[in-house]
Design a protein around this ligand. Structure first.
Ligand SMILES: [Zn+2]
Length: 127
């Protein structure tokens, strides 16, 4: 599933959505908190401009809501379904999960958002 040419690949690795050759982010480590959302302007390989229009990534907020819910549901299933935790413990688990995974959630949302608008292009990948 995780191979070049697939949107899933770009979403989970944060590479350029058009050529899948290079990371969109300055720092590949999402947990370098000061650089979590710092991105390159253009792809150095295919010259795709990531920020297609001003405040393009504001739309990623809507996606981050859905991604956040997905993480919260996962935290609920693990804490309640597997460990049988009580209500307060479940609540704490969900909050902790959302805080710990925040950088991942933010990046996943951006990757999903940009992949809605851009498609993989084989001719650019082979440059
Ligand atoms: Zn590219």
């Amino acid at each position: 599933m995780l191979k070049k040419g697939n949107k899933i690949y770009s979403i989970f690795t944060g590479v350029c959505p058009k050529c899948h050759r290079e990371s969109m982010y300055l720092n590949k480590n999402a947990y370098a908190l000061s650089e979590t959302l710092k991105m390159h302007e253009h792809c150095s390989n295919c010259k795709t401009k990531y920020k297609m229009e001003p405040s393009f990534f504001y739309g990623a907020m809507y996606v981050s809501y859905a991604v956040g819910i997905a993480f919260a549901v996962a935290a609920f299933i693990i804490s309640y379904g597997i460990f049988g935790a009580g209500r307060n413990t479940i609540f704490i688990c969900i909050i902790a999960t959302l805080i710990v995974f925040l950088p991942i959630i933010l990046r996943l949302s951006r990757n999903i958002w940009i992949n809605i608008f851009m498609n993989y292009d084989k001719s650019l990948a082979n440059k």
